[in-house]
Write a protein that binds this ligand. Structure first.
Ligand SMILES: Cc1cc2nc3c(=O)[nH]c(=O)nc-3n(C[C@H](O)[C@H](O)[C@H](O)COP(=O)(O)O)c2cc1C
Length: 356
C-alpha cells in the first residue's frame, strides 16, 4: 500500500480502486436515485456536538453491554451479504477482525460462509445472526438451528426487505453474484450464479407481526428487529417481544426517499424508552457520528460499508484497522465531549447546526 489510510474515507477510496466495477456498484450503491443513501451520511453534518468542559476524562471507558455480551465500543459490524466478493477470506476474516477490535459481528443470512465455519474461524468473537425468513421454511429453520448450535448470541430479523430495492447500479452492470452463498444454494438447490433479485425472491414477503411473535416465542436467543423507522413499528416490535431494535433503512438500499436514520432515531428512542436497546445504522463514517447517535437515543450503532472497505483493502487486518480507527475516534470524541462513558452522552450534548 503506497498510502497509509487514516480514516474511513481513505479506506473507501482505496477499496473502490480494488473492487471489480460490478461488485463495487453492489456494495456502494443504493436504491432509486440514492437520495436516502446520501441523506444517511449527510444528515450527520446537520448536528453539532456541544462539549462540557472540566470533566475528569482521564479514564474514558467506551465499552457497552449488548444482548448479554461486553463490547469494547458502542459500534458493531452490520450484516453485509456476499463478503467473499471483496476478499477471498470473506466473513471469517470479518469475524476475526471484529473480535480483535473487541466488538461483535452480525453474519448475514446471505453470507458466503456458514454460521458454523465463521464460529470455527472466530470462536472468541461475539456473533449475532441476521435472519431473512425464506419461503422455504425448512432452509430458514436449518440456518437458525445452525446459528444457535454454533453459539451465536442474538438473532437480528431484517424486516425492511420483503423484496429487493431497485438498485440501478446493479441493473446497469447486469451484476450477478459469482460466489457461493450456502443458504442460497440450499434454498434453490444449485450453486449456479444468481441475481440479487433472485436471492430476494427466496424471501417470504408475507411475514407479519404474528410471525415475529412466533419467532420470539420459539427462539431461545434474543430476537432483535432490524430495519424499521416508524415509532409505532418500534412499539409493536417491543410488544411482540423484540429484545432490541435497529433503526435502519438498509443503508439506503430499499425504499428510496425514506428519512436518514439519524433523523428517525429520536422518535423511535422515545417510543421504546428503556424497554429495549435501540441501535441505529446507516451513514456512520466517523466516531463523532456515533456520538451524535448516542446523544439522540441510540445505545449503540452498526457499521456496514466501513469495515467492508477495510476487508476489501487488506482482509482481516484492513477490517480490524477500520474498526480500531472508529474506536479511537469514539474514545477521543467521548473525552473531548466531556463524557467518560457512552451512557454519559445525552441530548444536551448535541444541537441542530444553525446555518445562516
Ligand atoms: C452490500 C450490502 C449488503 C447488505 N446485506 C445485508 C443483508 O444481507 N442483511 C441485512 O439485514 N442487511 C444488509 N445490509 C444492510 C446493512 O446491514 C446495514 O443496514 C447498512 O449497511 C448500514 O449502512 P452503512 O453501510 O452506511 O453503514 C447490506 C448493506 C450493504 C451495503
Amino acid at each position: 500500500m503506497t498510502e497509509q489510510p487514516v480514516n474511513v474515507a481513505d479506506f473507501e477510496r482505496l477499496a473502490s480502486e480494488r473492487i471489480d466495477a460490478g461488485a463495487l456498484g453492489y456494495f456502494a450503491g443504493g436504491a432509486g436515485d440514492e437520495r436516502t443513501l446520501r441523506r444517511n451520511a449527510d444528515a450527520y453534518a446537520e448536528w453539532e456536538l456541544i462539549p462540557r468542559v472540566l470533566v475528569d476524562v482521564s479514564a474514558v471507558d467506551s465499552s457497552v453491554e449488548l444482548f448479554g455480551s461486553g463490547l469494547s465500543m458502542p459500534l458493531a459490524v452490520a450484516p453485509v451479504a456476499f463478503q467473499r466478493l471483496v476478499h477471498g477470506d470473506g466473513e471469517e476474516a470479518m469475524a476475526r477482525a471484529a473480535g480483535a477490535a473487541g466488538t461483535a459481528m452480525c453474519l448475514s443470512t446471505i453470507a458466503t460462509a456458514t454460521p458454523a465455519s465463521v464460529e470455527a474461524a472466530a470462536p472468541d468473537t461475539t456473533k449475532w445472526f441476521q435472519l431473512y425468513v425464506f419461503s422455504d421454511r425448512a432452509v430458514t429453520e436449518a440456518l437458525l438451528a445452525e446459528a444457535v448450535e454454533a453459539g451465536y448470541e442474538a438473532i437480528f430479523l431484517t424486516v425492511d426487505a420483503p423484496f429487493a430495492g431497485r438498485r440501478e447500479r446493479d441493473l446497469r452492470a447486469g451484476f450477478e453474484v459469482d460466489v457461493d452463498a450456502p443458504s442460497v444454494t440450499a434454498a434453490i438447490g444449485s450453486d449456479r450464479p444468481v441475481s440479487i433479485k433472485e436471492v430476494f425472491g427466496l424471501v417470504d414477503a408475507s411475514l407479519d407481526w404474528d410471525d415475529l411473535a412466533s419467532l420470539v416465542a420459539g427462539c431461545e436467543l434474543p430476537v432483535v428487529v432490524k430495519g424499521l423507522i416508524h415509532p409505532a413499528d418500534a412499539e409493536l416490535a417491543v410488544e411482540a417481544g423484540a429484545a432490541g431494535i435497529v433503526v435502519s433503512n438498509h443503508g439506503g438500499r430499499q425504499l428510496d426517499g425514506v428519512p436518514a436514520t439519524i433523523d428517525a432515531l429520536p422518535r423511535v428512542a422515545d417510543a421504546v424508552g428503556s424497554r429495549a436497546p435501540v441501535l441505529v445504522d446507516g451513514g456512520i463514517r466517523r466516531g463523532t457520528d456515533v456520538l451524535v447517535a448516542l446523544a439522540l437515543g441510540a445505545d449503540a450503532v452498526l457499521a456496514g460499508r466501513p469495515p467492508l472497505w477495510g476487508l476489501a483493502v487488506n482482509g482481516e487486518d484492513g477490517a480490524r484497522e477500520v474498526l480500531e480507527i472508529l474506536k479511537a475516534e469514539i474514545r477521543l470524541g467521548l473525552a473531548l465531549l466531556g463524557c467518560r462513558t457512552p451512557a454519559d452522552v445525552t441530548r444536551e450534548h448535541v444541537a441542530r447546526a444553525i446555518r445562516p
